[in-house]
Design a protein around this ligand. Structure first.
Ligand SMILES: [Mg+2]
Length: 214
């Protein structure tokens, strides 16, 4: 199979420490605490229990976005909180090995970001990581406010980039959220939970795959 596009999740996929993810969870708990009139610890527990229940009901991992919506949260407002209160600069740094792999892949086929994060945090995170230049286009929650996994969103991205799922490599850190749906639509997928997993992407940067301009 010739890969003609790479579609990458952002958080947990292009960096591997949990610190920023924990901060996102902490701010989500502040937000739910505010709308429910409960303390932050209780809100954090409520989000955790809601994710667990939704995961059991759906048979696949529920996103933080879905849990917050289920608890009566508004995704737009939640993301305004994220943008205002989260400082990704305090949690992330450049990883030259990640940059090298992305540079090699981007020379073979166009790369895209597809994330449940918002535009402003996504741009800041990509700048800190030093990876902005490798991505042709960024798709965020703000495009349609439908969190992953969502088939209509994947179809809209395919239309926007002019590719079929079978021509794409999807890369993410959560199989149920990032990869299960694209795989069911015919895409190749690669699960990343560590830097070592990420470095394995070099195998897709191979000599025979030089048809990016066709
Ligand atoms: Mg992720």
């Amino acid at each position: 199979m010739t890969i003609r596009a790479g579609i990458f999740d952002l958080d947990g996929t292009l960096y591997f420490n949990d610190s920023l993810g924990r901060e996102i969870g902490r701010v989500a708990a502040q937000y739910i605490a505010m709308i429910k009139g409960i303390d932050q610890q209780a809100a954090w527990q409520l989000i955790k229990e809601t994710r667990r229940r939704l995961t059991a009901e759906n048979g696949s991992e529920a996103s933080l976005s879905l849990a917050c919506e289920t608890l009566g949260g508004d995704l737009r407002e939640l993301h305004r909180w994220f943008s205002e209160k989260i400082t990704p600069e305090a949690h992330l740094q450049r990883e030259e090995q990640v940059i090298a792999v992305l540079s090699g892949l981007a020379a073979r086929f166009p790369l895209y970001i597809y994330t449940n994060n918002n535009i402003s945090l996504t741009a800041r995170i990509m700048a800190i990581l030093g990876v902005s230049e490798f991505f042709t286009r960024v798709f965020t929650i703000e495009d349609d406010w439908e969190p992953k996994p969502n088939k209509a969103t994947v179809e809209a991205i395919m239309a926007a980039i002019g590719r079929r799922p079978s021509e794409c490599l999807f890369v993410g850190d959560r199989f149920d959220i990032d990869l299960r749906l694209p795989e069911s639509m015919g895409a190749k997928v690669h699960l990343v939970t560590t830097l070592e997993d990420f470095l394995e992407l070099e195998k897709f940067d191979c000599g025979g795959n030089n048809e990016r301009n066709q």
